[in-house]
Ligand binder design. Sequence first.
Ligand code: NAD
Length: 329
Amino acid sequence: MICVIGGAGYIGSHCVKRLLERDHKVVTLDNLEAGHRAAIVGGEFVQGDYTDRQTLDTLFTSYPIECVMHFAAYASVAESMTDPAKFYRLNVVGGYTLLEAMRAHRIPYLIFSSSAATYGEPRQIPIPEDHPQQPTNAYGETKRAFEQMLRWYDVAFGLRSVSLRYFNAAGADPEGQLGEDHHPETHLIPLVLLTALGKRPVLKIFGTDYDTPDGTAIRDYIHVTDLADAHILAAESLKGGAPTTAYNLGNGLGYSVREVVRTAEEVVGHPIPQEEAPRRAGDPARLVASADRAKRELGWQPQYADLRTIIETAWRWHSTHPDGYGDRL
Ligand SMILES: NC(=O)c1ccc[n+]([C@@H]2O[C@H](COP(=O)([O-])OP(=O)(O)OC[C@H]3O[C@@H](n4cnc5c(N)ncnc54)[C@H](O)[C@@H]3O)[C@@H](O)[C@H]2O)c1
């Protein structure tokens, strides 16, 4: 059985759905602080906080869990710069509580949601896994700290793990059942589509003077269902004896902010109000992954890599769920 912590959130909920489709038994642990009950499409559900050891002890004695997929973290880069304590408390101290409980209950495998933010300012593009990890914000630093804990928990205790460093998760369940509903929303594609729906007045384009072909920042967008598939492959690889490691998950293709907006306008069929704004501090010009290792070693093959497909699936969700899951109005 697989325990999905944070399975009511955006990426975790897509992963739960995919696991169930592949006949895995799943228990989701989520405190619903940021997630949505309606996003859990099946399996068992326990509402609780993973930073609470007793909750974990009860969960781990109640279900025959072999692998934990850990999605539950604070993830706002901007907030991590004004309140790093909050990020260390959940992402690192909470992570420690989780690892200690896994150790006590002899749960052998963990898949961790890490981030491209662990790399900091890129020195080469596309970014390979052995690129130096020098985060430029506290969020990325907490993700890196937990990755390092994982390394030593394997060396000393034999708890094996895969850290998956996502670039920009995007898109929605191709069947239209699940989508992205963050409060506040900070990700580009939902912001563009919520503006297209008239839910937001205007899309701000931060930085139009980068050293890129159209002057706007370039990011690597990877479909959330493709991320889910990588989790399943990573869990299978650990079960097959693979060592603790980390993989980048991205497209290897970068798209500029203007390309995203233009493609979204084609998908929605009308212009989207937009306004140019100065660059935000700490935003690099380009962040693009090399995901060759995940493809080679895990056999991962993204199926929804095309930007238009990513935006079409996201639009199907937003246009049919203009208020998201409708539980935070
Ligand atoms: N979205 C992205 O583009 C992206 C990119 C890189 C890395 N990540 C990482 O992926 C993970 C998932 O991202 P997401 O966008 O799905 O986030 P999300 O906020 O939608 O999901 C996180 C889930 O964890 C739950 N949670 C939070 N604290 C909890 C606690 N103490 N106990 C139990 N549950 C708790 C929330 O209720 C929510 O359902 C995060 O760790 C994030 O750092 C995301």
